[in-house]
Design a protein around this ligand. Structure first.
Ligand code: EPZ
Length: 430
């Protein structure tokens, strides 16, 4: 398995282009199942997760063609016919978001058999809200031997669905199914994350009638069929925030391009409070820190527009060097502070109790061997390594490859001393 080696201490100077959003791209790819015509997605990130979903879609009958267009990488997805409505445990286990094919399969063909995803390292992550939404739309859902058997032989019917919690995945799933339902669907207490707008924009370009995405009330007027479209994947707000934090951690000046600031405003406000200079511009932002001491800040993760849970780990890395004690509360997932013990291996002073971490800033970190159990925890160790004395070796790099496109290339282009060490076999660290 590959590893990433970082020699800390180099200041960052330069430009990093931000890729298309992973968490949007995989739902947009699933939307291609809703029509027999071609969906062309531009600004596509090339990631392990998007490649994986492409393979799953191929098994369901989708033709997937990757190319490089005028504006970078794109993917053309066309499903003339659904040839299989089955997503196995082996597939869904490897990437939870595969579960999102259930709604589109059901909406297009009236049936599907998709494995339940099960828990993951950051939490139990049930899918009860997804299933309740599909049931409200008229699907019959049976659970047997770890599989969801879903049926709606006479099609889905619009319904009023009030989510008890503003779940990102359940809101997206309900949208993906309701666009082809008969009549109107009203989703209340929906997730407001910007990815909802991206999905609604793509579905509308395909002929759907979705309004209100990005607010807590989404109205969907069902249509009988959707058609092909071209849609540009939104910039990755978590990648944007992560590189902003990398620049703040290492010091120097980095311009992030092909992105926006508004969609991570809660995190930028905390960076500014911590003493980092952030300058928004037309197509992104510049992050500057020239030797100024960082101040400890307090925050808790929340649904959009609050502080994103996906940026909690990398922000914790920054706080390990801040002056004072930073209190960080994780409220979205019950087990998402697993990076704290790894940061401690680098010399950080962190005490975790329940969902709260108290980070007392130290004068410096020291490189060590580390590994993490999920994507955002892994990248937080890379960020810490940028400022640690000596060499930090991040193991289990496959987590990073799931969600960061050319991570080491992008950082090295700004002067980071970072390189990938190719592994010579599978599973050597696990
Ligand atoms: C999405 O996960 C993202 N994943 C996550 O990013 C992100 O952290 C999360 O939204 C929150 O922003 C993708 O988009 C693929 P939720 P999702 O449904 O949809 C509970 C990353 O690193 N819940 O909003 O699974 C759930 O257990 C990943 O890129 C239920 O109880 O998030 C959690 O505690 C990690 N029942 C909370 O809601 C349900 O049916 C939020 O989950 C659904 C969710």
């Amino acid at each position: 398995m590959d590893r990433i080696a970082i020699t800390g201490g180099a200041r960052l100077q330069g430009e990093i282009p931000i890729s298309g959003a992973k968490n949007s791209a995989i739902k947009l790819m699933a939307a291609s199942l809703l029509t027999e015509e071609a969906l062309r997605l531009t600004n596509m990130p090339r990631l392990a997760d998007t490649r994986f979903l492409g393979k799953l879609l191929q098994r369901l009958g989708t033709e997937v063609v990757e190319s490089v267009g005028e504006d970078g990488p794109e993917t053309l997805l066309r499903t003339p016919e659904i040839t299989s409505g089955f997503a196995s445990y082996d597939l869904v286990r490897q990437m939870r978001a595969s579960f999102n094919v259930l709604g589109p399969l059901l909406a297009r063909t009236g049936q599907a058999k998709v494995s339940l995803p099960g828990g993951c390292t950051i939490g139990a992550r049930p899918v009860d809200l997804h299933l309740k939404a599909l049931e409200a739309l008229g699907a019959r859902i049976d659970l047997h031997e770890g599989y969801v058997y879903a049926q709606a032989p006479r099609g889905l019917k619009g319904a009023a669905i009030d989510f008890p919690f503003a779940s990102v995945g359940a809101t997206e799933h309900a949208m993906l199914a309701a666009v082809l339902a008969q009549g109107e669907t009203l989703l209340t207490n929906s997730a407001c994350e910007p990815e909802m707008i991206d999905l609604a924009d793509c579905l509308n370009a395909m002929g759907a009638k979705v309004s209100g995405a990005g607010t807590s009330t989404i109205r969907i007027q069902g249509v009988s069929r959707l058609h092909g479209a071209t849609h540009a994947v939104m910039p990755d707000r978590i990648e944007t925030g992560t590189y902003a934090l990398a620049a703040a951690m290492a010091g120097g000046e980095v311009r992030l391009t092909r992105t926006r600031t508004d969609f991570i405003q809660a995190m930028i406000d905390k960076m500014v409070e911590a003493g980092v200079e952030v300058i928004p511009h037309n197509d992104g932002l510049t992050v500057r820190r020239n030797g100024a001491l960082l101040k400890a800040v307090e925050f808790e993760t929340a649904v959009y527009p609050g502080f994103p849970t996906d940026l909690q780990a990398p922000f914790m890395a920054l706080m390990t060097l801040a002056d004072g004690e930073s209190v960080i509360r994780e409220t979205i997932f019950e087990n998402r502070l697993m990076h704290a013990p790894e940061l401690r291996r680098l010399g950080a002073d962190i005490i975790v109790q329940g969902g709260e971490a108290r980070v007392r800033g130290v004068a410096s970190l020291e490189g060590a061997q580390v590994m993490a159990t999920d994507l955002r925890a892994s990248v937080c160790l890379v960020i810490a390594g940028l400022a640690a004395r000596g060499e930090t070796m991040v193991n289990r790099v496959y987590h990073l490859d799931r969600g960061f496109e050319r991570l080491e290339e992008k950082l090295a282009a700004c002067g980071a001393q970072i390189r990938r060490i190719k592994g010579d076999g599978e599973g050597e660290e696990d």
